[in-house]
Write a protein that binds this ligand. Structure first.
Ligand code: ATR
Length: 287
């Protein structure tokens, strides 16, 4: 912190509440380790304060910001320009400010894909994917996977209408990828035997509900890569059962780090120090 001066570039994190966010520790460690004069600041803001905060950032030394719950959709209206993926996902998690103009991006899905490459050595093109959940995270992941050439996406959600809406939207927006809902237990079992990647995007299994699991991971073939976006605990019951089945597993830490790494690249134009970012998450105070 000793080098803060008028040249320091600021990056904000907009959300409410922010008490549990790991992003400040992760990004500040990344900036420091690269010797960059950047500072990442949590800016806890509620809905009605967003216009003032964002307009203020445009007048200050902000290189951009991250956006988290509950503002990822609402911030769309403040963007002067939208990256393709942010447009199809319909949500922004990263913004870059340049000469008073804001461009919105969504790095959540890219972070997920990078974590799969990193954790399982897997490229997604041509693959068949089964997704549990249809919320914001599922949206970012499925749209990005579809845009990266996966062959087929099956979506299963507790509330069927949300899975149907997401599936139709993928089919309407992205050619060459067909999405479908998966519901009836019999057909589901058939689909599960025949997929390359299974992803839990729901919060089921997250601390403190560690004993819960969104489905029986024993239903998939052992060649399936099984992913959970939950990162606390690092090894959910879902992933444990998949590993017992013989599947490769990928936990949610990689997505958390890699969505941040993609954002770091956008603000700084530099290659992100991934190892340092992982270290920031594993030490108790992020340092
Ligand atoms: P996020 O932004 O993390 O994706 P979200 O938009 O609230 O959060 O979405 C959470 C997803 O997890 C939803 O698909 C939700 O199912 P519903 O659409 O039916 O609400 C799913 N989910 C959350 N808790 C669940 C539970 N206990 N069992 C099954 N699905 C659950």
């Amino acid at each position: 912190m000793k080098n803060i001066n008028i040249h320091t570039k600021l990056v904000g994190l907009l959300g409410y509440p922010l008490a549990h966010s790991k992003s400040p520790a992760m990004q500040n460690r990344a900036f420091q380790s690269m010797g960059l004069n950047f500072l990442y600041l949590p800016v806890e803001v509620e809905q009605e304060g967003l216009p003032d905060v964002i307009n203020g950032m445009k007048k200050m030394n902000f290189a951009g910001f991250n956006v988290t719950i509950p503002h990822k959709i609402r911030v769309l209206e403040f963007m002067d320009e939208l990256d393709y993926l942010a447009g199809v996902i319909g949500a922004v998690n990263t913004a870059v400010i340049e000469k008073g103009r804001i461009k919105g991006y969504n790095t959540d899905g890219q972070g997920f894909i990078r974590s799969m490459e990193e954790g399982a050595g897997l490229t997604v093109r041509g693959k068949r994917v089964f997704v549990l959940g249809s919320g914001g995270a599922a949206r970012a992941i499925t749209m990005t996977l579809a845009a990266h050439g996966v062959d087929r996406i099956y979506i299963c959600n507790r509330r069927r209408e949300k899975a149907e809406a997401l599936s139709s939207e993928i089919n309407a927006k992205i050619k060459d990828c067909s999405a479908a809902v998966a519901f009836e237990p019999k057909t589901m079992e058939g689909m599960l035997k025949n997929i390359d990647i299974l992803i839990n995007t729901t919060s089921v299994g997250m601390h403190p509900h560690r004993h819960q699991t969104p489905m029986d991971a024993g239903l998939v073939d052992s060649s399936t890569v099984v992913c959970d976006i939950v990162y606390n605990p690092a090894q959910t019951r879902f992933l444990e059962e998949a590993a017992q089945r013989g599947c490769k597993t990928v936990n949610g830490l990689g997505m958390l780090v890699n969505q941040g790494a993609e954002a770091f690249r956008l603000w700084t134009g530099q290659r992100p120090p991934i190892e340092e970012m992982y270290k920031a998450l594993s030490s108790p105070h992020g340092e």
